[in-house]
Design a protein around this ligand. Structure first.
Ligand code: IP8
Length: 270
């Protein structure tokens, strides 16, 4: 059986997280180039990307992660239903940039946006993952964080790419590794990234009960930040899959981590 890796391109890596709908095209290019290198080595890739400023800002403003809310508690510029549609469209826009970058490196990719096939949020969301299993050889299946329909009373909610990678890595056949490509950090740090090397050192091997203080910018982020990544990462590692968090901005670290080579970053040890 061919080796398979699941990769998450973080939203904070591929977009400017605090500037509405700003894509980092040069970063997408280097990531697509590294992904192509993995395919050339005979590895199958499933790609999940985050939302960054194409998802979190509007979702926060219109309280989409909290489900249906009284109209008087959200801005009057749009209803929550309109905001659901708007964020889905914005995510499709971001996904087009992702597919465009892959195409530039001759990578054929098919995207399955979660609002078309997934229901409910969190690690136990419902959805048919066999669609990802049946990809023809060499075709990269892509999906992303999204607004999905939920059971009442919520009616809708935010399904994070971190929940998607956990389920894909543990339920598809032949997955050896899960790699989180991150922006602004080289992996999990001992404290929030302040620029002060003593306060925020890279943790190269993170054990399940080790303490770390992740930065979670609640005013920007409607999902779980680094805490959710690490939690889903450990759940994945418990299935015998190796899990790495690496910089998506430095050299070919994402490629090397996907190929199973030694690379600077954080490895989770269950
Ligand atoms: O960035 C969030 O996905 P994530 C999706 O992978 C939206 O957590 C629409 C905010």
């Amino acid at each position: 059986m061919r080796e398979r890796v699941v990769i998450k391109w973080g939203g904070g890596l591929i977009t400017e997280k605090d500037t509405m709908k700003t894509v980092r095209k040069e970063v997408l290019d280097t990531l697509a180039n590294q992904l192509e290198a993995c395919l050339s080595e005979g590895i199958d890739v499933v790609l999940v990307h985050g939302a960054g400023s194409f998802g979190h800002l509007k979702a926060k403003e219109f309280r989409l992660a909290e489900g249906r809310q009284p109209a008087s508690t959200v801005p009057s510029t749009m209803s929550q239903d309109e905001a659901v549609k708007a964020v889905r469209n914005d995510m499709q826009e971001l996904n087009h940039f992702v597919i465009e970058a892959l195409t530039k490196y001759d990578v054929s990719a098919v995207c399955l946006p979660p609002h078309l096939w997934a229901h409910n949020t969190g690690a136990d969301f419902q959805g048919d993952l066999t669609l990802f299993e049946s990809a023809p050889k060499g075709i990269v299946m892509v999906t992303h964080g999204d607004v999905v329909d939920c059971d009442p009373p919520e009616e809708f909610g935010i399904l994070s790419g971190d929940d998607l990678v956990y389920r894909l890595a543990t339920e598809l056949s032949g997955v050896q590794r899960l790699v989180f490509a991150m922006g602004g950090v080289e992996g999990v740090l001992t404290g929030p990234p302040t620029g002060d090397d003593d306060a925020s050192k890279l943790i190269e091997t993170l054990h399940k009960h080790d303490a770390f203080k992740g930065e979670h910018l609640e005013q920007l982020d409607v999902t779980g930040g680094i805490g959710l990544k690490v939690e889903r990462g450990f759940q994945t590692a418990a299935h015998g899959i190796s899990v790495h968090l690496v910089s998506g901005e430095i050299d070919g670290r994402v490629r090397d981590a996907c190929l199973g080579d030694d690379v600077r970053g954080t490895t989770l040890v269950p």
